[in-house]
Design a protein around this ligand. Structure first.
Ligand code: NI
Length: 183
């Protein structure tokens, strides 16, 4: 089922996200719905608050980027109750977008390697290290669980320049092609 995506200005994007309990009802269905919602919107990552749920869960599928980035190939995963244990490597710039912030793409600086602990859909615990585009998407989605949007990370000047565009999204004047809402 395709879920509506909550846009910039929605309260749910700024609320505290709770850990997912192992007995969370229909967790696998939710994960599947989040993938479907993400694919429908041509995204490569989607976090639970973006579909109106204040829980610590995100899904990633970087395969659409594998034409330009071979490292993206095969990287598809659900991250439940993730915790970034370490960020390292070079700090690089990469043009990011967000399904909650349509029609805006800006360069964001982030570390290039992350070590992360998380649970999969079967509640098996993993500790893995990711780099390249995987580390980039993970940090962006993880930020959603910490109430942070990529536009928060831009310079004061960039934020000023984007203010009007962001307001248009908030007011419902700038709508994406996929099912979306502001709460
Ligand atoms: Ni996002």
């Amino acid at each position: 089922m395709i879920l509506p995506i909550y846009l910039y200005g929605s309260n749910v994007l700024r609320e505290t996200n709770q850990p997912v309990q192992p007995d969370y009802p229909e967790l696998k269905q939710l994960v599947s719905d989040m993938y479907e919602t993400m694919y429908n919107a041509d995204g490569v990552g989607l976090a639970a608050p973006q579909v109106g749920l204040s829980i610590r869960l995100f899904v990633v599928d970087a395969n659409p980027l594998s034409d330009t980035d071979p490292k993206a190939h095969g990287f598809k995963k659900a991250f439940i109750n993730p915790e970034i244990l370490e960020r390292s490597g070079e700090i690089t710039a990469y043009k990011e977008g967000c399904l909650s912030i349509p029609h805006i793409n800006e360069e964001v600086m982030r570390e290039s390697v992350v070590k992360i602990r998380y649970f999969d859909e079967d509640f098996n615990e993993h500790i893995d290290v990711f780099d390249g585009v995987a580390a980039r998407i993970i940090q962006h989605e993880y930020d959603h669980l910490e109430q942070v949007l990529f536009t928060d990370l831009l310079s004061q000047l960039k934020k000023k320049l984007l203010k009007k565009k962001l307001n248009n999204i908030k007011c419902g004047k700038d709508k994406p092609s996929y099912k979306a809402k502001v709460n």
